[in-house]
Design a protein around this ligand. Structure first.
Ligand SMILES: C[C@](O)(CO)[C@H](O)COP(=O)(O)OP(=O)(O)OC[C@H]1O[C@@H](n2ccc(N)nc2=O)[C@H](O)[C@@H]1O
Ligand SMILES: Nc1ncnc2c1ncn2[C@@H]1O[C@H](COP(=O)(O)OP(=O)(O)OP(=O)(O)O)[C@@H](O)[C@H]1O
Length: 268
């Protein structure tokens, strides 16, 4: 069985407070984007995990796909499987790629072995693997609060718009990015700003990580300016970086300047 774990962008990201558990509460709209990995699962005589495509740093036995399998195996009689991940979505990119792999692995195992887990149960398993993971169970636009794993329905529909993602070949660790932020409650809740037309977002919808990361990595601010220069209606960094995205009315010609990076264009 094959599945295609997509990624996400954050439209606005306000870090509101540090929690007693060391994590941060946030407000953000998570929106699915079609740039995807490929995950294959085949029943086998013993468990194995292999990967290809982009090199994944760290120990493969701790890959989030393996951890997803082990999590379910602890509660169910799961037969052994051969798992293969072809990695396409950049890593340390603010796109939640690894989290998506984990969530899609949970969904695939649930389906293949008819475990009968509900969406809420799958989300509970996903939360144990990472803050971004639970979003990818339903994988639809959501207003996310707390650690980014508590959801409120959002009536945002950007279908028809084109998105251009620019990964500047620079990995940013999520934990380090959080260590650099100064949490504070925004004067206007993000949910209110998102109800205004997309043309207003440039002046209102903000990713708090930009404040601490743009001075350290000037290339990020440069990409954001370039995206506005080529006609983006709205541009922002996603998550804790380093991907910067632009939302456009129609498909765009990627300038030579941006073409030097790892770019992906598609429909929202
Ligand atoms: C930046 C975002 O991508 C926005 O969607 C997410 O908040 C990151 O979520 P994630 O990559 O799933 O992060 P996790 O694997 O849960 O946590 C990695 C590290 O990021 C920090 N972290 C993460 C999420 C959060 N709400 N507060 C945090 O402070 C913690 O130091 C944690 O040790
Ligand atoms: N399937 C996977 N894909 C990517 N990284 C993985 C995966 N499984 C485990 N990891 C580990 O997670 C680290 C990347 O985590 P990090 O949260 O920075 O990036 P991400 O999952 O690509 O997305 P984001 O930057 O949005 O959080 C990698 O360095 C790797 O050690």
């Amino acid at each position: 069985m094959l599945t295609f774990p997509t990624c996400k962008i954050n439209i606005g990201l306000r870090i509101t407070e540090k929690r007693p558990d060391g994590f941060h509460n946030l407000q953000s709209c998570f929106y699915p984007v079609g740039w995807s990995d490929v995950l294959e699962l085949i029943p086998a005589s013993e468990f194995s995990f292999t990967d290809s495509g982009l090199a994944i740093p760290g120990d493969p036995t701790k890959n989030l796909c393996v951890r997803a399998y082990q999590l379910l195996k602890a509660d169910f009689e799961l037969p052994p499987v051969q798992m293969h991940l072809h990695k396409i979505v950049p890593i340390g990119a603010g796109l939640g790629g690894g989290s998506s792999d984990a969530a899609f692995a949970l969904k695939l195992l649930n389906e293949r072995f008819a475990l009968g887990l509900t969406v809420a149960q799958l989300q509970d398993y996903a939360r144990r693997l990472g803050s971004d993971c639970a979003f990818f169970i339903e994988n639809k636009p959501m207003y996310c609060v707390e650690k980014g794993d508590v959801f409120q329905e959002v009536s945002l529909d950007l279908s028809g718009y084109t998105i251009l993602l620019v990964y500047p070949n620079l990995a940013i660790s999520t934990a380090e990015a959080y260590a650099g932020v100064r949490p504070r409650l925004p004067e206007t809740p993000l949910s209110e700003q998102l109800q205004a037309p997309i043309e207003t977002w440039r002046d209102s919808v903000h990713n708090d990580f930009e404040d601490s990361l743009f001075p350290v990595y000037p290339v990020l601010a440069d990409i954001k300016h370039q995206l506005y220069d080529i006609g983006a209606v709205y541009a922002s960094m996603s998550g804790s970086g380093s991907t910067v995205y632009g939302i456009f009315q129609a498909p765009v010609t990627v300038s030579n300047h941006l073409g030097r990076y790892n770019v992906w264009q598609g429909k929202l």
